[in-house]
Write a protein that binds this ligand. Sequence first.
Ligand code: PHE
Length: 338
Amino acid sequence: MSSQFIEKARQVESRASEAFKAATSEAELEAARIAFLGARGLFAELMKELGQLPNEVRPQAGGEANRARKKATEVYQAAKEALERGAVSEDSLDVTLPGRRPAPGRRHIISRTTAEICAIFAQLGFSIVEGPEVETDYYNFEALNFPPDHPSRDMQDTFFVSRDLLLRTHTSPMQVRSMEKSRPPVWVVAPGKTYRRDSDISHSPMFHQVEGLLVDRGITFADLKGILTSFAASMFSPDTKIRLRPSFFPFTEPSAEVDIACVLCGGRGCRLCGDSGWLEILGSGMVDPNVYAFVNYDPEEFSGFAFGLGVERVAMLKYGLDDIRMFYESDLRFLAQF
Ligand code: PHE
């Protein structure tokens, strides 16, 4: 009789423990508590049966029943605390749910545009070179034939690091560095960051240029125009027209500013081009003989042209953007569009 009772007490205890551990919500756990530990639960029933046992065995059987109920109560307490801490049982883990993927990054639109520009010139036969962003006055100004009192040498326009060191204001110093390194033929494009004290809707204190330089025997202005026409066709659309306007740079003579027919209206005139039908994309010209003097090239023997292209400008025209600052705000909603 008593061994049967003890066996039953152990079974109730193990079933109760299993039910408490399996509960995945507080409601489930509470239902199990009522079924086993409640006033009319299985342990209460067990206690009633205890009363019907003969006197001699009752103390031992009662001790066993109490031990079983105490143990089940402990398991219940532990399960309750686990649920309150938010611990999840194995059963509530859905292993078939898709995992969380890290958002893939992409190249910044300025890097992509720079690479695209360089690829076009590489196809035309130019090599790609790079040089320092912190430059000397010599490469940034002096060897490019800037007079000592030229306005861009003013603190207003240039970030100086020291009296003689500055953040390059254009990629043109790479013309001098490239010519110093080798004799003609020189065919190079030099992409990179440039800096000017300027900031508004169309100027950023840091921006990007791609410099081009071609020096060889018998190079003429027609070659300059041919190369740039070919570039515009590849970069924008095959029938893109270009226009050269007389301009001035200390290191080129003659100099020209180059416009492309407006990408929006095709030349008819619109808001983007200010009704002119044309958009400026670069500065260019035939290398000034004064610059050759700094690198010991004979201007009687060699001639060539140079150009400097604004990468942000090209990207804005190509993608129809009207605020240069968008490139540098790191807004993923903007950057993810490209
Ligand atoms: N360096 C000039 C600028 O930044 C552009 C340029 C480059 C002009 C090469 C002529 C030749 O405005």
